[in-house]
Design a protein around this ligand. Structure first.
Ligand SMILES: Nc1ncnc2c1ncn2[C@@H]1O[C@H](COP(=O)(O)OP(=O)(O)OP(=O)(O)O)[C@@H](O)[C@H]1O
Ligand SMILES: [Mg+2]
Length: 335
């Protein structure tokens, strides 16, 4: 079982215009739709598509429109009551492909609401293999929140505490890694890993998997036991203390990369709960991410839509292991 936490959920509301957006004018939409959004929800949605039992925890009242959307999808959920209303993020789409995003600030969580969220996550984590902390933090939660949450889970559950995977960025991720609270996995993209490690920029990491693996090495020394770094169309790398791997995607007709990284994480977890090797888990991560990229919108793939056997895995040099650094990469099939 996997628990996902979406501390800062949002209703993603798409407003479709039949022409250009004209400021100051009244314009008719050709359609509008709402979906429950937030990285933890996306991971839960992708896990559910693979029939992996999971529970989505988020702060929202039971009668919030957001909660109704999650419920309507049939996701297993644990909403933690708050006074405020879940924010809505609007995406205004024009026919030429332009999208304008207008994001609400969202509610301000009180200290009591933060405490209730921690308590709910601790309780939910009792039977969990993995605890996934995904996305940004709402107003009212200090950037130290993720570390405090993990500490609370470990204090209560001890050895039985789930492994922790984090897909976040900026202050919440930086504060977590600086806190001394270790996590089993982080899932940055190239830009997030560049920002975090200070090693080159995101474009450079996407272009050079060895450089991305070096940057991941920085994260290993700073609080993460393993790094799954997705590199957009280039694939992904996996790095832990004794393994450094690069995976390239299967042939993919890209429709929408929105949420692809969240599907990558779901694919990795899916493989890891079956005891798969890092090679297999990385292959499933890239297969899941690329299958998600081939689907429209924020669609998530079923396992049948993924092609892990078409993911090619290359072994990279372990940074600092100079005996290895001049060796040529060996290539093997993930299967
Ligand atoms: N152009 C592409 N072609 C093939 N696969 C892609 C492409 N873009 C993304 N992917 C797949 O999706 C995975 C995740 O992509 P990316 O690194 O862009 O994630 P991300 O930035 O974390 O996305 P998000 O946070 O929006 O979910 C990649 O590892 C790859 O498998
Ligand atoms: Mg991402």
């Amino acid at each position: 079982m996997i628990v996902t936490v979406t501390a800062n959920p949002a209703i993603d509301r798409t407003l479709a215009l039949p022409h250009e957006l004209a400021r100051g004018e009244v314009q008719r939409l050709t359609g509008s739709e709402s979906q429950a959004g937030g990285k933890g929800i996306n991971v839960s949605r992708a896990l559910r598509a693979s029939k992996l039992d999971n529970l989505a925890v988020f702060p929202a009242s039971a009668d919030d429109d957001f909660t109704h959307l999650v419920e309507a999808e049939g996701l297993r959920m644990l909403p933690v009551r708050i006074d405020g209303k879940v924010r809505t993020n609007f995406a205004v789409t024009e026919t030429d492909g332009t999208t304008t995003k207008l994001n609400e600030p969202g509610p301000h969580l009180s200290a009591d609401e933060a405490t209730a969220l921690v308590a709910a996550v601790v309780t939910a984590s009792r039977d969990a293999d993995w605890l996934v902390l995904a996305g940004s933090l709402p107003r009212g939660l200090d950037s130290s929140f993720y570390a405090a949450l993990i500490d609370a889970v470990r204090a209560e559950l001890g050895e039985a505490a789930p492994r922790v995977a984090v897909d976040s960025s900026d202050a919440p991720l930086e504060a977590l890694l600086a806190s001394g609270t270790r996590v089993q996995l982080i899932k940055p993209n190239a830009f997030e890993l560049a920002e975090l490690s200070g090693v080159a920029d995101g474009d450079a990491l996407e272009a050079d998997p060895q450089l991305a693996a070096d940057a991941a090495g920085w994260a290993l020394e700073n609080g993460a036991d393993a790094v799954l770094a997705t590199l957009g169309g280039a694939g992904a790398i996996y790095r832990d203390a004794d393994t450094s791997l690069f995976a390239t995607p299967p042939p993919t007709r890209v429709r929408s990369t929105v949420g692809a990284g969240d599907s990558s994480l779901a694919g990795f977890l899916l493989a890891s709960v079956t005891g798969a090797s890092p090679e297999r888990a990385l292959a499933q991560a890239v297969a899941h991410g690329s299958a998600a990229a081939s689907l429209p919108g924020s669609g998530v793939p079923s396992p049948e839509q993924t092609q892990p056997d078409l993911v090619s895995i290359t072994h990279l040099a372990l940074t600092g292991d100079h005996s290895n650094s001049t060796a040529t990469s060996t290539k093997e099939n993930a299967s």
